[in-house]
Design a protein. Sequence first.
Length: 124
Amino acid sequence: MSDYPNDRRENLRADLDLAVEVHQGGSVWKQRLIDLSLAGVATDQPDVWDAQYNEPFTLMIHLEDGHVLELHAYLQHVENGRLGFSVQHVDQANIEPLRALLATRVEDEAALDAEIERLRQDDA
């Protein structure tokens, strides 16, 4: 269960502690990933956060194997030192690395595969 009372997550989430770069325009914030799902990302909040909330972000998650996972997202909330992003698009090049990352950290891999199938149908 989440420590955040307004938490209305519907997707399987995995707690992770990985480096993530949050890009918007010419700005880059180096942060830490808190958790991840197919639909959302939570990061810590940097000390200086002067982003445009209504503009898209690109999240570059640095995986332990040296690869970088790229997600496109919008900021949904800022609270308790956390930033919550809604993932708007996962391209084909990133869907399998994202699945592999989540599969090692969720209990129900079949539910994860069902979520991925829904994601693929939504993109079709």
